[in-house]
Each structure stands twice: as structure tokens, then as C-alpha cells.
Ligand binder design. Structure first.
Ligand code: SF4
Length: 224
């Protein structure tokens, strides 16, 4: 039987993160951990250790769709896992992220007022004012929280929908973070070699590479 590690339970973190957003929207800032950590592992370590071991969202899909059988388990249509869709979705997602930062900047500059609402699927505005008391923090800090939580919740809902329709971790096939880290790892290991030969990985990452040599560079969407 496979030994359990503390990081096998990070799906709890995912539930906690989205749960906290129903009580205080400022907790949305914690989501930045999930945003930066995969990039740090890919950039510094050249691997997908985050996707393979630390992603609470991926674990949640595995748990719901796998063990709890909330997935039809069907193969996703080819277009959904195609390179064009993956990169297209990444560009779209980054554009939406940039727009969210722009809205935050408008509020910071006094050109727009704080909107205590979240936007689902980049379209449907849902009042979310009960999670924030005006004046607690500068308006732009709160605006970022509403915007970032909207992105996180929307991507979770998309992930849940494709989990129900197809395989548990179908979201990983076109997850923007997965696509970005995959691209970075490819660059780092072009042709199966280090892109920068002779570079000594930072010690914790050297340990990770030794411990997870094969899966570290397997694209997440093929690994599950
Ligand atoms: S592809 Fe995205 S959702 Fe899947 S494990 Fe990686 S970061 Fe998590």
C-alpha cells in the first residue's frame, strides 16, 4: 500500500480556500501561492513537482472523479486536449488575468469604484458583498480579491464540469498553470537534456529530481 504523505491531503487546502472566500474575500490573496509555486518549481527546478504532488485542485478532481466516482470516465474530445486549445486557452486566461489587474489598477488610481461582486465565467456578475466590510483595507486590495477569486472559482467550476463529463483530471489537459509549467520544463530540458548544461539545481530541487525522475517531466494531462 502506498505510503501517504502530508501533501496527499492538499485537496483539503483547495476546499478551505474556496470555503474561506464565502466568509471573507480577502483570503483570495492566499490563492497567489497556487499561482506562483508551480512557476517557481518549473523555473528553478525544471520539473512539475507541484502538479504531480502539491496541487490541491488536481487532487480534489482525482478524489471526486476517481474515488467518489463523480466522473463518467470518458476520454475527452481530441480538440480539448489539442495543443491549439491548450495554448489558446492559456492566452485567453492570461488576457483575463491582465484585465483583472487593470480593473484593480483603475480602482487604485481612483478612476473606478470598488465592485463587491464576483464574475463567473467572465460574464455573470454575482453579488458577493457580505464577504467584505468597506474600508477594512485599501479598495484596490479588496478589488483584487474579488477579481482573483472570480478567476479561481470560474476555473474550478470549469474543471468540475469537465471532470463530470470526461476523466477526473481533464482540466489538467488545458489548465493554464499546467501549460505554462510544461512549456518552461520543455525549454529547460529540450531534447532530454538540461537547456543550461552544467547548472547545478538548487539543493531541494535536486532532491526532488532524484526522487521523482520520470514523472517530473510527463505532461500533467498524460500523467492522469
Ligand atoms: S495542471 Fe493545473 S490543476 Fe492540474 S495539477 Fe497542474 S496546476 Fe493543478
Amino acid at each position: 500500500m502506498k505510503t501517504k504523505h502530508w501533501y496527499d491531503f492538499l485537496w483539503l487546502w483547495s476546499i478551505l480556500f474556496f470555503g474561506l472566500g464565502f466568509f471573507n474575500i480577502l483570503f483570495a490573496w492566499l490563492g497567489m501561492i497556487d499561482f506562483f509555486l508551480p512557476l517557481v518549481f518549473a523555473l528553478v527546478g525544471g520539473n512539475k513537482f507541484f502538479c504531480n504532488n502539491l496541487c490541491g485542485r488536481g487532487q480534489l478532481f482525482s478524489l471526486l472523479g476517481g474515488r467518489l466516482k463523480c466522473s463518467r470516465g470518458k476520454s475527452a474530445p481530441r480538440w480539448l486536449v489539442s495543443r491549439w486549445f491548450r495554448y489558446g486557452f492559456l492566452v485567453f486566461f492570461l488576457a483575463m488575468f491582465a484585465n483583472m489587474l487593470f480593473q484593480t489598477w483603475l480602482v487604485a488610481a481612483g478612476a473606478a469604484s470598488l465592485r463587491e461582486a464576483i464574475k463567473l465565467f467572465w460574464t455573470f456578475r454575482v453579488p458577493w458583498g457580505w464577504t467584505y466590510t468597506a474600508g477594512t483595507v485599501p479598495d484596490w486590495v479588496a478589488q483584487f480579491s474579488f477579481g482573483f477569486y472570480s478567476l479561481m472559482l470560474t476555473s474550478l467550476l470549469i474543471g468540475l464540469i469537465v471532470m463530470l463529463l470526461y476523466r477526473p483530471r481533464t482540466w489538467c489537459a488545458f489548465c493554464p498553470m499546467g501549460t505554462m509549467t510544461q512549456g518552461i520544463c520543455r525549454l529547460r530540458r529540450r531534447g532530454g537534456k538540461e537547456a543550461w548544461p552544467g547548472q547545478t539545481p538548487w539543493v531541494p530541487f535536486a532532491f526532488v529530481e532524484k526522487k521523482f525522475p520520470a514523472r517530473a517531466i510527463i505532461p500533467t494531462y498524460r500523467a492522469y
